[in-house]
Design a protein around this ligand. Structure first.
Ligand SMILES: Cc1ncc(COP(=O)(O)O)c(C=O)c1O
Length: 423
């Protein structure tokens, strides 16, 4: 049996209707912006493998650091024990975050980083004898696939089978200068019962790269602060340079109480989630009373290999040349967005930093199962470019090591494909 047949015999792929899905493409090697299949065909990973790969595949520096760590200490229980990579990573990360972020809690992925954040907020109130259990979130939000993360995500085809089991959330539209006063009224009416507000800052990724303005979000955050509502800033996608600045937080005038990270945290090399908190949140758990403990943990909490990968990735990220590349991608994306805006088959072009998105004009545009996306996906694969449209929304989230020439190659192919198909 070849790899595809063996895969089909044993593997169940994510978000995949296994009855109708085409065979998965076996990838045997990664290097820089490229992934190589078993026939030697190479693909530009224009979506950074689900938005995680920052410095390219099989980055030699990260590989070397992880390999050294692997031969030194691969794993240790993080209850009752600690280690240098976790301490160093927490120190390094906190230095880059808004100054009210004081403590780091480790987990395994973006969804668990969100679960931890939600539990911190609910228990923050509970530990003070207050039962606040409602959460405020954006319509069409996406915070992950575990039950808590699903609950605070927009209701959709993904959450439908579990509808009755998801907890109660007050959903609001993302802020605009036109609706902000209405949003404040909704929040004001519920402010006594709302434990926290969770949001993807500036960009709602999985919803289709929907973007809102930093000044509008800052105003909403300020209002939540005035009303005593805790804030969870989910930077799982936006963190580590994606928005053009190190974090979306760098665009905002208000500070969240809690922040969530994953994806680019390890440069996309190893699974890891982080939830950071303010001193005020942390202090609400300090007590002689055992019941006030944050009872949460995972077997691989603060795994030394993942911590080392994150340390190495952040070192690379902070290099002048990487920051310049992020700026260059952002500038080139901006220029390309101006070209796309004039294209007759395209609408709603948007760009923030290294993220650019646009929509194919189409009748059934709201459907996730939009056929156009699939056609385009296949066409780009043929051309050696990995792009995964979200319905009719197409986007680019390239690794930062992509060269201007390769980015131009991707842009050129996008224009050719748009010109070649009829809608
Ligand atoms: C903003 C945001 N939060 C959380 C998650 C969930 O992360 P993970 O897929 O690692 O569970 C995602 C994943 O796309 C995300 O974009």
């Amino acid at each position: 049996m070849n790899l595809q047949e063996r895969d089909r015999a044993v593997n169940w792929h994510p978000y995949t209707q296994m009855k109708t899905a085409e065979d998965a493409i076996p990838i045997v090697k990664g290097s820089g912006i490229y992934l190589y299949d078993e026939d030697g065909k190479k693909y530009i990973d224009a979506v950074a493998s689900w938005w995680v790969t920052l410095h390219g595949h099989a980055n030699p520096y990260i590989a070397q650091r992880v390999s050294e760590q692997l031969n030194t200490l691969e794993q240790v229980i993080f209850a009752g024990f600690t280690h240098e990579p976790a301490i160093q990573l927490s120190e390094n990360l906190l230095k880059l975050l808004p100054e009210n972020q004081e403590k780091v809690f480790y987990s395994d992925n973006g969804s668990t980083a969100v679960e931890v954040a939600l539990k911190m907020c609910i228990q923050f109130w509970h530990n003070q004898g207050k039962e606040k259990t409602k959460i405020l979130a954006f319509k069409e939000a996406y915070h992950g696939d575990t039950f808590g993360a699903m609950s605070v995500s927009g209701r959709s085809v993904w959450t439908k089978p579990f509808g009755e089991m998801l907890f109660e959330v007050i959903f609001i539209d993302p802020p605009t200068s036109g609706n902000i006063e209405d949003l404040k009224i909704i929040i004001k009416n519920h402010s006594e019962e709302i434990a926290c507000f969770i949001y993807e800052p500036l960009i709602q990724g999985a919803a289709g790269m929907l973007m809102h303005k930093a000044e509008d979000l800052s105003e909403l955050m300020k209002f939540c602060r005035e009303k005593g509502i805790l804030m969870i800033q989910d930077e799982v996608f936006t963190g580590f340079g994606r928005t053009g600045k190190l974090f979306a937080a760098n665009y905002l005038s208000e500070k969240p109480d809690i922040m969530c990270f994953s994806k680019g945290l390890t440069g996309g090399t190893m699974p890891m989630g982080i939830t950071t908190s303010s001193q005020q949140i942390f202090d609400a758990f300090l007590s002689e009373d055992k019941y006030k403990t944050l009872f949460h943990g995972h077997s691989f909490t603060a795994n030394p290999l993942a911590c080392t990968a994150a340390l190495a990735s952040m070192e690379l990220l902070l290099k002048e040349e990487t920051l310049e590349k992020i700026n260059l991608i952002s500038q080139k994306h901006f220029n390309f967005s101006q070209v796309l805006k004039n294209h007759p088959k395209i609408e709603n072009v948007r760009q923030t930093g290294t993220i650019i998105a646009w929509e194919i004009k189409n009748d059934e545009k709201t459907s996730y199962f939009n056929e156009i996306g699939k056609v385009l996906y296949r066409e780009f694969l043929k051309r050696g470019i990995i792009m995964r449209p979200l319905g009719n929304v197409m986007y680019l989230v390239p690794p930062y090591c992509i060269t201007p020439e390769k980015l131009d190659f991707v842009y050129r192919n996008i224009l050719e494909v748009l010109d070649s198909f009829s809608n």
